[in-house]
Every structure is written in C-alpha cells, then in structure tokens.
Design a protein around this ligand. Structure first.
Ligand code: ADP
Ligand code: MG
Length: 383
C-alpha cells in the first residue's frame, strides 16, 4: 500500500526543441485511492504513468512513494505493477505460467507462487482457465490474465494504461465493473489512464484532467478532484467541455447584470438568461460564455425554467428509447457546434422545426473571456 506524491513534475523528451510534454504536475495521491488520468490523445497521460513506473526519466520535480524520493530508483525496485493496453501475454505459456512467470524469475518459493496464482485466479474468476493458452481465451479473459500477472507481484501501486480500449463496448462495461470490484477487494492504490470520460467518472475517487500543453501555459494539469466536483464545478472551459456526456453546450453573450448570488447574461441572439453565478469579479459589458448541460435543459413551460429560454432550429433528433436527443442550431453557439438537448421523454418535433427550451437558473455555468469559470452559487438537481 502506498501514497504517491508528485511535485512540480516536468517532462521534456527533447531539450533541443525546448518543448515540454508535461509541466508543473502536482498530485497528492493517498493510499488506497483510485486515481484516473484523463485527457485527449497526446496530452501526456502515458508519459506521466511511465514516469511513475520508472520507465521514463523525470526531467524536473520530485516523485515520492511513501515519503521517499524515487526519481532515481529503477522500476524493479519501486514495487509498482503495470497493466498495458496490449496484454503482452506469452502465447506459448498457459494462463498459470503467464501469471507465475515474473515470480519464477525472482526465484520465489514454488508453494508461494502456487498460493498467489490461485488466489489471483480466484479474485479474477480465472480458476477454470489456468491450463489454457491465451489463444483459447476471449479478449476480456486475456485482459484479466494481464491483471492477474500484476496482482501476484503484490505491488503497492497498480498502474493501468487504457486497459480496456481493445475490448468491444459491451465487454468494456463489464470489465469496468470488474476493475471497480477489484479495487474494493485489493484496497490498493490504483492509477488508471483512459481517454474515456465515462470510465473516469465511474471508476475514480479522484480525476486528474490533463490537456495538451500550450507553449506558455504554467501547467497542463487542468483540474484534480472528485468526479462530481469536476462535473459541478469545473475550473475552466476545457474541463467543462471534457467532463460530461454529451458535452456541455456553450453560448456566447455578455454580462448585463451582476449581483452577489446571480447575474444576467444577454446572449448574442438577444435572449436573456438569469444564472445562479457570482460574476462579481467581472463587470457589465464583459464578454462571457454561458454553459448548460444537455441533461439539465427542460421544457419551455416547465416551472423550473426560471433562467430563461433558448430558441433554435432542430437539425436532427435521436430516439434511443430510454433517452431522446435534440441537436439544434442556436445563433449563440460556436460556429459548427450544435446545441444539444437530452430529454427523458419523447418529443414531438422534427428536423427544421423551431424549438424553444427552458433553462433552470441553477443549471448554468459561466466562463470569462479567458475560459476561467465564475463560481456557481447553486447546483441544479434533477427532480
Ligand atoms: P497520451 O498517452 O496522453 O496519448 P503520450 O504520453 O503517449 O500521450 O504522449 C504525449 C506526447 O509526448 C506526444 O506528443 C508524444 O508524441 C510525445 N512522446 C511520447 N513518447 C515519446 C518519446 N519516447 N519521445 C519523444 N516524444 C514522445
Ligand atoms: Mg497513452
């Protein structure tokens, strides 16, 4: 079991070009936490994980495991187990031997190896497959063997790099639940990389959102917090747009009234929205971006539509049975992006229709011209 602390960690693969991949990464990971690194492809998630594992040098900063600085400790001495996207099993070995291999190399006692492999197989539901070769297993079973190989080492930290991205959608959901159960059983510190924000929301105690590093940015760690903290209080437009599915709608406008517990925004379409936001660090006339999540939009005549209304032209509707989506065009949206509405009930509308929806004032998010969030004074709860 272990605490992991990253302090001012920087990574530069190629000092000649002076372009950092990661900058000023500070993370305080407590023993037993399930931490998820999430962010778009190429933002440095794998790099960060590999630095923790010791497979990649740390350019600057400190990596501490249980209070000891391990920057210069080789991977084999860090007591870390890593599961990759490609399972990298030995095809000619049985499941048992695949799991036992690392322990055999370390000359662990045969009896201990047997005990550990049987225990891991029990946790992972692999007892019936111990004599099989990997080619006789499904994708999900192979992934479990890769996890088993890691468990038998009794690592103090588990690192997972997109372990489910090679599986089909249904199996991904099943394995996601199994990984959550595994965390409960092992009570281990887990650091898990994914670009899938649903995996991040469902698995994590805390999510670390990374973005591709911009040249002059202080850091590319956008926010580190509990899933609902990120959902309810994203610190900026990047996190707001990344966490939540479908994505948050953004509408352009300007501040027309600023009070302590609410403000009013006039959208560029002329529609006025009252938002439960403390915009007191801004001023009337400032350009702002109003955010509303698709799942928080209500019918135009709903009593909770106290924030105002938005009208647009319906582009497409999607009926998924349990959910109904409307994609519409609003003059206040960014060019090329739709205004998305998620409804629990079927709506009697068609492409080309004009459609008006209601916005609860407590469902609003607000960002300044630089994309930094203003504090919300209320958080909408769906009834
Ligand atoms: P992610 O896992 O978030 O998709 P990576 O950590 O793999 O991102 O990569 C982050 C950036 O670092 C990318 O721009 C990638 O091209 C670069 N990179 C990764 N590995 C190396 C390497 N060994 N040498 C140079 N650049 C690398
Ligand atoms: Mg990666």
């Amino acid at each position: 079991m272990a605490d992991v602390l990253l302090s001012k960690v920087r990574k530069n693969y190629n000092p000649a070009i002076l372009k950092d991949t990661l900058r000023n990464i500070n993370l305080d990971i407590k023993d037993g936490d399930f931490i998820v690194f999430v962010g778009p492809s190429g933002c440095g998630k794998s790099t960060l994980l590999r630095m923790i594992a010791g497979l990649e040098d740390i350019t600057d900063g400190d990596l501490m495991i249980n209070g000891t600085r391990v920057n210069d400790v080789p991977p084999s001495k860090r007591n870390i187990g890593m599961v990759f996207q490609s399972y990298a099993l030995y095809p000619h070995m049985t499941v048992f031997d695949n799991m036992a291999f690392g322990l055999k190399l370390q000359h662990v006692d045969k009896k201990v190896i047997l005990e550990r492999v049987v225990k891991a197989a029990d946790i992972l539901g692999l007892e019936a497959f111990l004599e099989r070769k990997p080619k006789a297993l499904s994708g999900g079973q192979r992934q479990r063997v890769a996890i088993g190989r890691c468990i038998v080492q009794h690592p103090s930290v588990f690192l997972f790099d997109e372990p489910l991205s090679n599986l089909d959608a249904a199996l991904r959901v099943k394995m996601r639940l199994e990984i959550a159960k595994l965390h409960q059983e092992l009570n281990a510190t887990i650091i898990y990389v994914t670009h899938d924000q649903v995996e991040a929301m469902t698995l994590a105690d805390k999510i670390c959102v990374l973005s591709p590093l911009k040249t002059n940015a202080e850091s590319n760690l956008e926010q580190f917090g509990a899933p609902l903290e990120l959902y309810n209080h994203p610190v900026n437009l990047f996190v707001a747009g990344f966490i939540g599915s479908p994505k948050m709608n953004f509408l352009k406008g300007e501040l027309t009234k600023v009070e302590d517990d609410y403000c009013e925004v006039k959208l560029i379409t002329g529609e006025r929205i009252k938002a439960c936001i403390n915009a007191s660090r801004g001023s009337v006339g400032d350009k702002v971006i109003l955010g509303v999540r698709p799942e928080h939009i209500v019918k135009a005549d709903s009593p909770v539509a106290d924030g105002g209304h938005v009208t647009g032209k319906v582009v497409v509707t999607e009926n998924l049975g349990a959910e109904f989506f409307v994609y519409m065009e609003s003059g206040a949206s960014e060019v090329g992006s739709d205004f998305t509405v998620k409804s629990d009930s079927e709506l009697d509308i068609n492409s080309g229709d004009e459609f008006t929806v209601g916005i609860p004032s407590s469902a609003c998010y607000l960002f300044d011209e630089n994309g930094i969030a203003f504090p919300r004074t209320q958080v909408y709860k769906r009834s």
